[in-house]
Design a protein. Structure first.
Length: 207
């Protein structure tokens, strides 16, 4: 099978992927010759099979050490015996929701976004420009009013909460995505951004 990008939309994962945990696997890259830690950057979309069941997820980090690249993912859980792992030629797509000013609790605190096509939800990141203090700032992203789960929560004194993995289920075309702030720091954080990582369901059926 092919080991590099460009042979098709989906390419077999090189380096004999080996499970470490539900959220981590390793691949071999002798002497880091293939720079797989660079190739499989955050946002790389993966699929694999487990007992004939299709699964999917997204890379959140990759690091090289001693002829091995260790890759962390969000999405479906990697169970023992997974096989036929592939990666997509295109990185996951992102939609960013900006919430200007003080990050106070409220519903529909940013613009709504209508899903332009059926899509697989993957992960949520949250960033603020200025940290809040005392208590966390917690966001809740909703699909037609139902929480996607994995609510990002930025701790007191911090400015980010990355890689809040969502179980990859399909969000229907035309769904309305909204953002709430469920909890706020006592001294409120300033200027927030929610990044929603996803990919079109159509990608699943590409070759």
């Amino acid at each position: 099978g092919a080991t590099g990008a460009g042979s098709g939309f989906w390419t077999a994962m090189p380096g004999s992927p080996t499970r470490v945990s539900d959220t981590q696997f390793t691949i071999t890259d002798t002497g880091n010759a293939n720079k797989y830690d660079k190739l499989f950057c955050k946002g790389t979309v993966l699929t694999w099979n487990e007992g004939g069941t299709w699964q999917t997820g997204m890379v959140i980090s990759a690091a090289y050490d001693s002829n091995t690249v260790t890759i962390d993912i969000v999405g479906d859980s990697l169970t023992a015996g997974f096989d036929t792992m592939k990666y997509a030629a295109q990185l996951a797509m992102r939609e960013t929701f900006a919430i200007p000013g003080s990050q106070a609790t409220g519903t529909d605190v940013t613009r709504q976004w209508v899903a332009p096509f059926a899509l697989y939800k993957l992960s949520l990141d949250a960033i603020v420009d200025t940290a809040g203090t005392t208590n966390a700032t917690t966001y809740d992203v909703n699909d037609d009013g139902s929480s996607l789960g994995a609510n990002p929560s930025i701790a007191s004194g911090e400015t980010t909460d990355f890689n809040n993995g969502i179980t990859p289920a399909v969000v229907a075309s035309g769904s309305i995505i909204t953002v709430d702030i469920d909890a706020a720091s006592t001294t409120q954080a300033i200027d927030g951004y929610i990044v929603f990582w996803y990919y079109p369901e159509s990608w699943r059926y590409r070759s």
